[in-house]
Design a protein around this ligand. Structure first.
Ligand SMILES: Cc1cc2nc3c(=O)[nH]c(=O)nc-3n(C[C@H](O)[C@H](O)[C@H](O)COP(=O)(O)OP(=O)(O)OC[C@H]3O[C@@H](n4cnc5c(N)ncnc54)[C@H](O)[C@@H]3O)c2cc1C
Length: 488
């Protein structure tokens, strides 16, 4: 089948994009060169903004059911318990931020849940199928796929390289991947059981002479496994005995017996950013476009956000080709490359602080991705502006049922929010082919004609909205346009 969009790579980025396209009715194929699905915990921290995206895509309930909040860390020095630490302060939900805390789920589980959601749209990942070559022209992309030694030629309107840090798509386009690999820093990571330990908490074992140079064992939800992590000064094996040796030495205990090592790797920090995200009908997303240190837990999350930014723009271009949708496609690079550059700086700074032994480097405030904005770079004014995340807020519908703005935004459409009793006018061009209108009125003006009644002014406060204010919320949940209705 010739798809409208061919997605190369079925990691979290490619899967998110495939779901977003499939739910829009776009014909999508997603291929992965790996014969088996990745089994490790890797990116196990889902940030609050990712949870909001997952809610829109219909995977949040499963993610919440199968994941867990970040566990507290029990710090042990010279074998003695010293204190309990939290990776970040626990925040209570508010009316505009329903999921304020990071959520832990092994990357393999996140990917499984995304695959299950994708299958509900009738799309399955084609495994053991690699993109090996392609050529793009003005009308589409001709892609060569290789499966079990046989090749297939596919014609698609667009190709998206979500094929990871070693992206074949990026290399074929000759797009420089600028940055560094620091060979002096290494980390040994693995998923392993340690049944003597309490699985409800995480552990840090180190010597008091160098308290930041230790090993972490963080519980992974949905079983008895912990994610093991430690810094290395030399080359190291990745076998169970190697991890066991680290644990026994640092904990000064011989009763912690590791077993069932299902994934382990030695990781080197790579900090790189693709010079371009778009080349005509070919796009880069996720690790194919940017790689960062895991400090701050941003990599997977940034890839998910890339995909969510690109999906609706591809749909607009497929349904309504022309200069407007071309500009929209160009905005993918402008918006997302700027964010990646900032994330690279943040995660590198956190890595630097960790390496230098700063105990607060583990505090993950500022990494929730809720403050990401696509404002014009020179616009730093306060108050909601075009490009900002559209906040949630509680409303009441005509039947008296409480509805959240996020319920109204959910789905592939854009949303026009009109505030005030006299809101029959329709002010704005929509950035998407499908738009819904939500009229937000105060209780005394409610006529029961499908208006949504503001609860205690929450929506108004969040949107800085006086009567006759309007806002177009893009399908990816950012403010597209804002304005005031004028008399006609
Ligand atoms: C040790 C470690 C810890 C991490 N911790 C975190 C964390 O806490 N939080 C976080 O957000 N991120 C974390 N990350 C980063 C996170 O794992 C990555 O950012 C994430 O996997 C990127 O997703 P992706 O879909 O862009 O790429 P990938 O997950 O790399 O997926 C790319 C896919 O493309 C496939 N592929 C490759 N070439 C081809 C081809 N030619 N044709 C078809 N398919 C191809 C691959 O098989 C792969 O399945 C961590 C990473 C590591 C290594």
């Amino acid at each position: 089948m010739n798809p409208q969009v061919l997605v190369a790579g079925a990691g979290p980025t490619g899967l998110t994009l495939a779901i977003d396209l499939a739910r829009r009715g776009i014909a999508v194929r997603i291929v992965d060169k790996a014969g088996e699905f990745f089994a490790g915990s890797r990116g196990d921290g889902l940030q609050p903004r990712t949870l909001e995206v997952f809610e829109d895509l219909g995977v949040l309930d499963a993610v919440l059911a199968q994941g867990a909040p970040q566990a507290p860390l029990l710090v042990h020095l010279d074998g003695r318990f010293m204190m309990e630490r939290r990776m970040s302060t626990w925040l209570e939900p508010t009316s505009d931020v329903p999921y304020p805390n990071p959520w832990v789920l092994a990357q393999a589980d996140t990917e499984r849940l995304l695959r299950e959601r994708l299958a509900e749209f009738g799309v399955r990942v084609e495994t053991a199928t690699a993109v090996v070559d392609f050529s793009a022209d003005a009308d589409g992309v001709t892609v060569t796929l290789e499966r079990a030694g046989a090749t297939e030629t596919v014609r698609a309107d667009y190709l998206v390289g979500a094929d990871g840090g070693r992206s074949v798509v990026r290399k074929a386009l000759g797009i420089p991947f600028e940055g560094t690999t620091d060979e002096s820093i290494r980390m040994l990571l693995g998923d392993v059981r340690a049944d003597t330990l309490d699985h409800r908490v995480g552990y840090w074992f180190a010597d008091s002479s160098s308290p930041m140079d230790g090993i972490a064992l963080m519980p992974l939800p949905g079983g008895r496994k912990f994610q093991f992590a430690t810094g290395l000064n030399t080359d190291s094996g990745t076998e169970l005995e190697v991890l066991q040796d680290h644990v026994t030495r640092r904990s000064r205990r011989d009763d912690i017996v590791l077993s069932e090592l299902t994934w382990s790797t030695v990781w080197r920090p790579n900090v790189r950013l693709a010079q371009r995200y778009r080349d005509g009908r070919v796009f880069l997303a996720g690790d194919a476009a940017h790689v960062h240190p895991p400090t701050g837990g941003q990599g997977l999350n940034t890839g998910v956000q890339d995909a969510y930014n690109l999906g609706w723009k591809l749909e607009a271009a497929l349904r309504d080709p022309g200069p407007t949708s071309e500009a929209l496609l160009d905005s993918y690079e402008t918006e997302r490359r700027t964010v990646a550059a900032r994330v690279l700086g943040l995660s590198s700074a956190l890595l630097d602080r960790t390496v230098k032994g700063d105990p607060n480097a583990m505090d993950r405030e500022g990494t929730h991705q809720l403050d990401i904005s696509y404002r014009d770079t020179d616009d730093d004014s306060t108050g909601l502006r075009p490009g900002d995340r559209a906040p949630d807020a509680p409303l009441v519908d005509a039947n008296g049922t409480t509805v959240r703005l996020f319920d109204l935004f959910r789905g592939p459409h854009a949303t026009l929010l009109l505030f005030g009793p006299d809101t029959t006018a329709d002010p704005a061009e929509s950035p998407a082919t499908d738009r819904r209108t939500v009229r937000v009125v105060e209780p005394e003006f409610a006529s029961g004609n499908g208006e949504f009644v503001d609860i205690e002014g929450h929506a108004r406060r969040s949107y800085h909205a006086a009567d006759r204010t309007w806002a177009v919320i893009r399908p990816d949940g950012y403010v597209g346009f804002l304005g005031t209705l004028t008399e006609r």
